[in-house]
Design a protein around this ligand. Sequence first.
Ligand code: NDP
Length: 244
Amino acid sequence: MKPNKTALITGASRGIGKAIAWRLASEGYDLALHCRSRTDELKLAAELMENEFGTKTSLLQFDVADRVSTKISLEEYLSQFGPPYAVICNAGVTADNSFPAMLDPEWDVVLNTNLGSFYNVLHPLVMPMVSTRKPGRIVTISSVSGLIGNRGQVNYSASKAGIIGATKALAMELAKRNITVNCVAPGLIDTDMVTQEILDVALKAVPAQRVGRPEEVAATISFLLSEDASYITRQVICVNGGMF
Ligand code: NDP
C-alpha cells in the first residue's frame, strides 16, 4: 500500500543514494531527490520512477557543504511541499591521504561535506518536521571507517565518527517527538567511491569475502523508515559483511 509519505535523500544521483531512491520509489514513497551536479541523471531517474511506480518527485541541487545555498534551497522546498516524513543524509566524499601528507583542502572538504552537511541539511528541516506533530525518520550515513578508523582516512574517519555522535544526540532530542534518528554504517560497498585499488586492499578485511551492493544498504534504510522500526532510535546499524 502506498505510504503517502515523502523521503528526502541527499546524494541520490549515484551509488547508495540512487539505490535508496529506487527502493523507496518501489515501496510507494514520494521523493525529494538531491544531488550536487548530476541533475540530468536525476531527472531521468525521476521520469523512470514516475513511469514505473507513479512516484511524485521533486529535484534539489546544492552543495551540502555550502550552508547558505543549502538553507535557501531547503526553505524553498519546504514552502512548496512542506516537511518530509523522512530525511536520509547520504551525500558524502572522500579525499584520502596519509595524515602527514594531508592537505588543508583535503581535510576541509571532507569535514565540511560529510559532517558540516549534518547541520546544514538537518537544521532547516528539523523544526518544520517537529511542527507537523507526526512521526518522522532521520537516517544518517556513517561508515565502518568512523567506527574503527582507517589508514589514510583521518579526515573521513573523523567526519564519520562525528556523524555518529551528532546522530545519537539528535535522537535524544527528538525521541519524544516521535522522530527516530538512526545511523547506517556501511562497510565496503560497490560504488564510484570504491576504486579497484581500495578493493584489493580492503576486501581482505571482509569476512563475507565480497563487496556489498548499494541495494543491501538501501534495504536497511527502507526498514528504518517503516512502521516496524518505530521503536528503534539512537542506533548505529552496520551493513558490512562482518567487518566490525
Ligand atoms: P558516490 O560517490 O557513489 O555518490 C556520492 C553522492 O553524494 C553523489 O550523489 C554526489 O552528487 C553526492 N555528493 C557528494 N558531494 C556532495 C556535495 N558536496 N554536495 C552535494 N552532494 C554531494 O558515493 P557512495 O554512494 O559510495 O556513498 C554514499 C554515502 O555512503 C557517503 O556518505 C559515503 O561516505 C558513505 N559510505 C560509502 C561506502 C562505500 O563503500 N561506497 C562505505 C561507507 C560509507 P553528484 O553525483 O552530483 O556529484
